[in-house]
Design a protein around this ligand. Sequence first.
Ligand code: ISL
Ligand code: CA
Length: 540
Amino acid sequence: MVQHWWQEIVVYQIYPRSFNDSNGDGIGDLQGIIEKLDYLKELGIGAIWLSPVYQSPNDDNGYDISNYEAIMDEFGSMDDMEELLAQANQRGIKIIMDLVVNHTSDEHAWFIEARKDKNSPYRDYYIWANPAADGTTPNDLTSFFSGSAWKFDEETGQYYLHFFSKKQPDLNWENEKVREEVYHMMNFWIDKGIGGFRMDVIDLIGKVPQEKISTNGPKLHDYLQEMNQKTFGKYDLLTVGETMAATPENAKLYSKPERKELSMVFQFQHMNLDIQANGEKWDLAPLDVAKLKEVLAKWQKELGDEGWNSLYWNNHDQPRIVSRWGDDDKYRVQSAKMLAILLHMMKGTPYIYQGEEIGMTNTPISDISEAADIESINMYHERLAKGYDKKDILASINAKGRDNARRPMAWDSSTNAGFTSGKPWLALNDNYKDINVELALKGPNSIFYTYQKLIQLRKENPIMIWGSFQLVDTVDEVFSYYRKYKGQRWLVVTNFSSEVQPFSSEDEMKKVIIQNTVDEFTTLENINLQPWQAFVVEVE
Ligand code: ISL
Ligand code: CA
């Protein structure tokens, strides 16, 4: 198999609005990112995935784009963007752009034209349907942001489809002109020297709404092959599809190199484990670690030699992992390091979400007026109307709401954590005086240095990238596996709980590669793992 740069690096995701504000308006921006490139270089990452920076009315914080070839005023200008690209490339860091082409903003010129009249050349860029016979919505497809996926448009008496907010009309990928426009725009960005694309909800583009097919539509892979051929296929770029319905089986369709589609996908099966059976993400259930092992091991095995995995615990849509599956109180540092070691030692390209490298936590709200995210706000009103208890709804938002990840990055202990000299667009975490970058860099045993070491180890040890994966049979709460490469073997052992857990192996220890405790140990036989303990040892 040909080897690619995007298999060897670690990617860092930036949510620009919440990263660093350079001009005091309370909103992170491109110059703010440039200021922090040396920090990211010190961490050791090879690429930045930039959440959308394009012109947008911000109904969904940039995931509603009104012009793909212009920069959002609040974030800066195209000159700033070019400077960011140049400054990042100088430091050996590539920029991965977010490609949001399942939908546009309703303020995009195409949609403004399309909704004017049925004969507009842009009409067919979107998906329209007549009311049902009884005058209601064409069918019962629902939006991911609550309510019907159809919105009635007075002007022409038809409904348009929106799988997300009303201000995010879905593009009609069946229309060849739409595809050509998208490819043209992608080439515009490729010509600027970007390192690749993260493709928003890409498994929705093959939708067939009339048949109520949303993900995995019949032409999905044809479109991706066409896109590959007409845009990034000529270059060695990183392409990662956000695919909410991917399974280990169908993920090979995307990432098998000979199919010429994508580098890898973001799968959601592990993120969906703390949900009640048949529930939505808001219907909370505890994580079953045995299930997590089963799911992740299956992905490792299935894609092993045929495709490529992405590895992540966090992004701008997910709560903070240390609060979600670690212990953000008594064992915050220990559990955050354990989660880092467990993830980065698996086979695939690891992604770090801003703040994860210092163990940032969730911050609960006590009233809906404190929420900024459209997904949480819509769900709150929908569930209230359905008779849910306010307390339960808020508990769901506090556990799963997207604002958790979107609170401004904590840089230091000064007012507003050094994020802004103005009023932050969203309140900071209450604990920013204790959890911030300045303190992390000063403390030799901080979470930051565990991430830094994991990235360094990856640069020095091909086994971390290419080694095969094999799960080790243990008690439920212990997650352990081997990596094997050219006669070398690494054993990864982690305690996924706040209790002491037993572990035993007959392997002979050669040396410790990384660990999150200071214990010295010489044998792997009958050991007691401390809460959230994690270590990697080379064995014979
Ligand atoms: O937040 C979610 C995870 O539970 C999903 O509902 C999420 O909306 C879905 O994963 C799609 O996400 C992507 O597309 C959305 C945007 O709001 C998200 O931020 C983006 O990552 C629409 O563009
Ligand atoms: Ca700003």
